[in-house]
Design a binder for this molecule. Structure first.
Ligand code: WTA
Length: 648
């Protein structure tokens, strides 16, 4: 039986309660692409506008000019939409359930409490002189203050840039400098799996680097009470915020005013700060959250991502809160204190919707079905997957064991750049095929193209592009629109290029096959091979380095590094450890190499270009099909690399 043959049809009870059934999906999808102005004008009414938009969209995918604007003359405020407008109807409903790293710690925050706290926080930021358009960097643990800080920024029109708390001081410094942040919000330490990470110390380190003079204040939340060094620009969050008034009017922002910057890796250069704007992003995050997870009032919803990634932005904070949902935020890791933790959290808070990553599923699966015995998970109604392709085995295990065979599983394909989910089933409308993200969301027009950019029809495989704009799309790269145009719209003129490869089957279902560029996806974390390479070559022992991904049972992809040492440097296990530490320190633990192989030479074309295709095959132990190596400047280096390959 081929993979495609396995189908999980929509269940009648799921369809009966769903917002959208099969017929409605087809009708809405058709309208969304044939009459987008009408479709989106109507959808936009689900937000609360201070001034309703009259211009729905003006979008240009080039080639001369790339310019994307949605609802441009509308005015609204994101915090108002996520908080104020819910107060009358659901002020006493829980907005955020927080579950601590330690299973004995949790907290529930109602919409009324969240509104008051965000308003105080916003007034505190104002006291520090923060206003419309100022950039605030967040480097936070997974605690409610992270969501509050994001919302406080949006309330006063400041632009947040959340940097994942696992990034190194260097990585943090680069992002602070690139965005010219005036304020950094952090905590003394974060707590994950019982271990403490010195966030404040990392910020201190970062602010010693060049380009970070822009920072006037560091606001510190006390999380663990651990010792911190205190300087003149440091302020305790509680000392500033507790004394503020909880009355803070929400600024009327233009729909196209920037909402946040989020850095992500590409195939070249330093990480790019994607710029997301206010109206279109919020509408798209809210709509996708409502339809893809079929969210109804009263549902308890848990997305296991970190707010440092786009999934945390759109599906822990903005989408759920715009919909008046109860969203669970988890500080820790799924394996602590035991591997049963995820199921135990589901039981403890009676979670109905669980959205997680394939890597987490595979890590559990490796322990056998019994790993879920400590919980019943009877409250679950729907499962979701994001971040990387989910292999059919992991899909089936997630569905059968975690969901006990009762819950539809929505595999959601999207990117930092897309703002929200682009290709995914709707639970009441779409039959599921394990391993396929299935069909496009409303307004999304995917296509597959060959390497010359010709659109391919029917069941086929190619490069995934999107033909027209959708409201959640990133509008630019912060401070570098040219790079935005170059990265996304120049490979195939007039189309948004995703960087992913994809297959479409005879039912029109999309199967993402993974990146076709030099971007790695390690445990759902996106990383550029170029970033890791430039870190390595900065080490005095290294002459040259090439980084590729290879198939890894749990992580999806592992990081495989070929290193050519400088003359006179002896390879040793000690040096491997040193280089591993070097990369961890430079970028962060998520970039830790899995395998390092010493390479006396790298396979290069005569023009000096490294042939990554060959390196990928060697790393994957697929050395039978290396293809033509005769164009290499020195074909013998390949034999040496095969003989000494490190991944056996
Ligand atoms: C990959 C995360 C297959 C893909 C939301 C994409 C996926 C990159 C899926 C974006 C999925 C994400 N199936 N691949 N369901 N979801 N990807 O920006 O390669 O961190 O281009 O956004 O992750 O990663 P990012």
């Amino acid at each position: 039986m081929s993979e495609d043959a396995k189908v999980h049809p929509v269940k009648p009870d799921v369809a009966a309660r769903a917002w959208v059934d099969r017929e409605r999906y087809q009708a809405m999808y058709q309208q969304s692409v044939e009459a987008p102005e009408d479709f989106w004008a109507e959808q936009a009414q689900s937000l609360d506008w201070f001034k309703a938009p009259s211009v729905i969209r003006s979008t240009d995918f080039g080639p001369e000019n790339v310019d994307v604007r949605w609802f441009e003359d509308g005015q609204l405020n994101v915090a108002h939409n996520c908080l104020d407008r819910h107060l009358e109807e659901r002020g006493d409903q829980v907005a955020i359930i927080w579950e601590g790293d330690d299973p004995s710690e949790s907290q529930s925050i109602t919409y009324r409490e969240l509104h008051a706290r965000v308003s105080q926080f916003a007034n505190g930021l104002k006291e520090l002189g923060v206003g419309r358009g100022d950039v605030v960097t967040l480097y936070m643990p997974m605690i409610p203050e992270a969501a509050m800080a994001m919302l406080a920024c949006t309330r006063i029109g400041a632009v947040h840039s959340v940097v994942f708390g696992g990034f190194s001081p260097d990585a943090l410094a680069g992002r602070i400098a690139d965005s010219s942040s005036r304020i950094v919000i952090t905590a003394d330490e974060s707590l994950r799996g019982g271990k403490r990470v010195p966030l404040k110390e990392n910020v201190d380190d970062a602010l010693e680097r060049d380009g970070t003079d822009c920072v006037d204040h560091v606001l510190v939340v006390r999380r663990t009470g651990g010792d911190v060094h205190w300087g003149s620009r440091d302020l305790w969050f509680h000392e500033l915020v507790d004394r503020q008034s909880s009355d803070c009017p929400a600024e009327a922002m233009g729909a196209e005013d920037p909402l946040f910057i989020l850095y992500t890796s590409g195939s070249t250069g330093t990480p790019k700060g994607l710029k997301h704007t206010t109206g279109g992003y919020l509408l798209y995050a809210a709509m996708t959250h409502r339809y893809v997870f079929d969210y109804h009032d009263g549902d308890i919803y848990w997305c296991t991502a970190d707010v440092g990634w786009v999934t945390g932005h759109s599906y822990i904070v903005y989408g759920p809160l715009a919909n008046g949902a109860t969203t669970l935020m988890f500080e820790g890791v799924p394996s602590y204190p035991t591997h049963g933790r995820m199921g135990e959290i589901v039981d403890k808070h009676q979670v109905n919707i669980l959205y997680t990553a394939p890597t987490a599923v595979r890590a559990l699966m490796a322990h056998g079905d019994g790993v879920m015995d400590s919980s019943s998970r009877d409250s679950l109604r729907l499962l979701g997957s994001v971040g990387e392709p989910i292999n059919p085995e992991a899909w089936e295990w997630f569905h059968r064991v975690i969901g006990k065979g009762n819950c539809p599983l929505v595999d959601t394909w999207w990117q930092t750049e897309t703002g929200g989910i682009m290709i995914a089933p709707l639970p009441g409308a779409t039959d599921l095929k394990p391993g396929s993200a299935t069909l496009p969301f409303f307004g999304v027009q995917p296509a597959l193209v060959d390497n010359e950019g010709n659109i391919l029809e029917g069941a086929t495989e190619g490069n995934l592009v999107i033909l027209d704009s959708w409201p959640g799309q990133a509008r630019s790269i912060w401070g570098n629109h040219e790079r935005y145009v170059q990265t996304y719209f120049s490979t195939y003129a007039g189309m948004y290029f995703t960087g992913d490869g994809c297959r479409r089957d005879e039912d029109g279902y999309y199967w993402i096959t993974g990146r076709v560029d030099d971007v790695l996806n390690v445990s759902g974390h996106r990383m550029g091979t170029a970033e890791i390479e430039s870190s390595l070559v900065a080490h005095e022992a290294v002459a040259e380095a090439a980084v590729v991904g290879y198939p890894h049972d749990i992580k999806g992809q592992g990081i495989y590094i070929y290193v050519t040492l400088n003359d006179g440097i002896e390879p040793s296990d000690e040096l491997k450890k040193t280089l591993t530490q070097w990369v961890r320190k430079d970028i962060g633990p998520i970039a830790s190499p899995d395998v390092i192989q010493w390479a006396p030479g790298l396979p290069k074309t005569r023009s000096g270009k490294i042939m990554r295709r060959i390196l990928r095959k060697i790393a994957a132990n697929e050395t039978d099909g290396l293809g033509d190596t005769s164009t290499l400047a020195d074909p013998t280096v390949v034999d040496d690399l095969i003989e000494h390959r490190a991944n056996r």
